[in-house]
Design a binder for this molecule. Structure first.
Ligand code: PLP
Length: 406
């Protein structure tokens, strides 16, 4: 850095936000690995499987066919039709292709939706534990995150009562993520209906559902979609989804939103002045993912289920940790309340979950993320998008380092 770079004036917007904590934790683990440390990295927010071959081959085919130019801002019509079909298949809801926005990951769709709709003074209700990016995206778009803590007693889920209490005349959106990153909690149809009742009584509030893990569910139950349950919500609901997690396509950067025409048009306006459109080749790959052979989805789910069962069983054997079995996604979120206040062999007291994360990194060589990053402490997020052997070894090491505490 030179003096000019050091004195660069940053916007109020960027000074309000921080880098994604899960990415910071991942980078920390990778740095230690690069230094030669033996680190089992359980911070990953992405599948450890290869992208199915028929999807990768669609990229080569698109390239050979010369699909190398700008596409429409809102995505190719082929992709938007594939998304329409996916939503009909999964939820029984019927959207039109121009009610679909395609962005650079679900992340960009959520950001664009907030950028297109909120401003100073607007309140966005975010149940905690939450995906790390929601509050900072709201802040970046000048809004106010209203975080509602959802304890383990309600399986980390927002209740109708808690929602009702958080609503004010300034509330603009409620963001629901089901299955949830980090807890894996899934809203049943009854639980969703109860929340919908509150929304029907408050017509000024829009609903955003982040369904990025909708196909990673362990109970085999039916999908739950608010606009299928209550068609009166169609005009104020944005369904967000993508291909990153379901098809091991995080690097392709394809996400989408389905919603009312005016909202989708506004999202597209933001996109047209930022990224123009998503990579044409990634869009071709997403078509292959959504329309092609789905056997990968079931195979991955079987693997995640086995890993979840193993991780929950082993973590619950470690005194000081207690772990609820997640309903979906590929994370476990054990409480580390039993470790807080304990002393490490070098005399440090573990004051909070971040201290526990750093102790596990140093003493056990296991990288995790602290619950504080997700808005509810004292917990840890461990990704199970890794091999059973890694899960076994990580739990053995965690047990040993817990036993060393006094
Ligand atoms: C809950 C949740 N929503 C959205 C995203 C973003 O996914 P994408 O890769 O589609 O941007 C993630 C990724 O970690 C996530 O966990």
């Amino acid at each position: 850095m030179n003096a000019v770079e050091d004195s660069f004036v940053l916007s109020a917007r960027v000074r309000r936000i921080k880098p994604s904590p899960s990415m910071v934790a991942r980078d920390r683990a990778r740095r230690l690995q690069a230094e030669g440390r033996d680190i089992i990295d359980l911070t990953a927010g992405e599948p450890d499987f290869d992208t199915p071959r028929h999807i990768s081959e669609a990229v080569a085919a698109a390239l050979a066919a010369g699909e190398t130019r700008y596409t429409p801002v809102n995505g190719t019509i082929t992709l938007r039709k594939a998304i329409v079909d996916k939503l009909a298949r999964a939820y029984g809801v019927r959207y039109e292709p121009d009610q679909i926005a395609v962005g650079c990951g679900a992340k960009q769709v959520i950001y664009n939706a907030l950028a297109a709709t909120i401003g100073e003074g607007d309140e966005i209700i975010i149940p905690a534990p939450y995906w790390v990016s929601y509050p900072d995206m709201v802040l970046a778009c000048d809004g106010t995150p209203v975080v509602v803590p959802c304890s383990e007693a309600t399986d980390f889920k927002l209740t109708a009562n808690a929602l009702e209490k958080a609503v004010t005349s300034k509330t603009r959106w409620v963001i629901l993520n089901s299955p949830c990153n980090p807890t894996g909690a899934f809203y049943s149809e009854d639980e969703m209906r109860a929340l919908i009742e509150v929304l029907l009584r408050n017509p000024h509030i829009a609903l955003m559902t982040d369904d990025i893990y909708d196909q990673i569910r362990f109970d085999g139950g039916a999908s739950v979609c608010p606009t299928a349950i209550e068609p009166r919500l169609v005009g104020r609901t944005l369904l967000v989804n993508g291909v990153s997690k379901t098809y091991a396509m995080t690097g392709f950067r394809i996400g989408y939103g389905a919603g009312p025409h005016a909202l989708i048009a506004a999202i597209n306006t933001v996109q047209s002045q930022s990224t123009s459109c998503v990579s044409s080749l990634s869009q071709a790959a997403a078509v292959a993912a959504l329309n092609g052979d789905q056997s990968f989805v079931a195979e991955a789910l079987t693997a995640y289920r086995e890993r979840r069962d193993r991780a929950v069983e082993l973590l619950n054997k470690i005194p000081g940790l207690s772990c609820r079995a997640p309903d979906g996604a590929f994370y476990v979120y054990p409480s580390c309340a039993g470790l807080i206040g304990r002393r490490t062999p070098d005399g440090k007291t573990l004051a909070n979950d971040f201290d526990v994360v750093m102790y596990f990194l140093d003493a056990a060589g296991v990288a995790t993320v602290d619950g504080a990053a997700y808005g509810l402490s004292p917990y840890l997020r461990l990704s199970i998008a890794t091999s059973l052997a890694n899960i076994d070894e990580a739990c053995t090491r965690l047990a040993k380092s817990c036993a060393a505490l006094s």
